[in-house]
Design a binder for this molecule. Sequence first.
Ligand SMILES: CC(C)(COP(=O)(O)OP(=O)(O)OC[C@H]1O[C@@H](n2cnc3c(N)ncnc32)[C@H](O)[C@@H]1OP(=O)(O)O)[C@@H](O)C(=O)NCCC(=O)NCCS
Length: 206
Amino acid sequence: MANSLNRQQRQPNPRDGVGPQTCPLAIGPLTLADLKDVMELESVSFPSPWTLATYHSELTRNSRSRYLKVWPVAAAGATRAAAGLVAQGGFMLFGAEMHVVTLAVLPAWRGRSIGEWLLLALLALGRKEGTHTATLEVRASNEIAQRLYRRAGFASVGYRRRYYPDKEDARILALEDLHKSRVWQPLQERFALLSAMMERGVEAPG
Ligand SMILES: CC(C)(COP(=O)(O)OP(=O)(O)OC[C@H]1O[C@@H](n2cnc3c(N)ncnc32)[C@H](O)[C@@H]1OP(=O)(O)O)[C@@H](O)C(=O)NCCC(=O)NCCS
């Protein structure tokens, strides 16, 4: 479960009992061991969630796929708390294009810039792999996600009519010239700032 930190390993925190608890977050590759948590995250985040079989195949058979997760760390110096997943996202590589296929944050952890941090981590990884352009589809009604993508520099480049199983339109967004420092530098600076913030800790859900 996402907020059941291992209490035996948890170190005393001087802030304990004094206002909201903060929780440092880490980011790294998604693995097969995470898939149970991914299913929970999918079911509360998307009207048409991907199946376990799809994720299993993505992680084991699709050499173009890259997935990252965000998880809570128990305390400074601890590696991985048995605390499950806070967020996950992924993309597929097609030559110099990365196509972001999923991005989701557990509802209780939203509004803390975790989605933005994860998106920038995906872009950083894509850029290392030679990406020039990042693309994605987003539901026309999903204004929160569209704001997040626009803040990172994505712009609308088209529509896919009745794209989703419930027939909602998709908006196609693209971020061009990711390999150019003019585009990447401000994103890199924001990523560094958010990484430092997440390492210090965000407010844990009550
Ligand atoms: C889209 C999503 C990944 C954003 O994650 P997040 O960690 O909440 O993102 P951020 O905190 O970086 O930004 C979220 C925005 O919601 C606002 N917000 C504030 N409180 C919030 C809350 N309690 N819950 C949700 N959003 C909140 C933030 O201020 C921010 O708005 P802004 O852009 O005007 O500043 C998340 O809402 C989600 O998982 N949604 C469901 C899945 C989805 O739609 N994925 C995108 C598919 S294309």
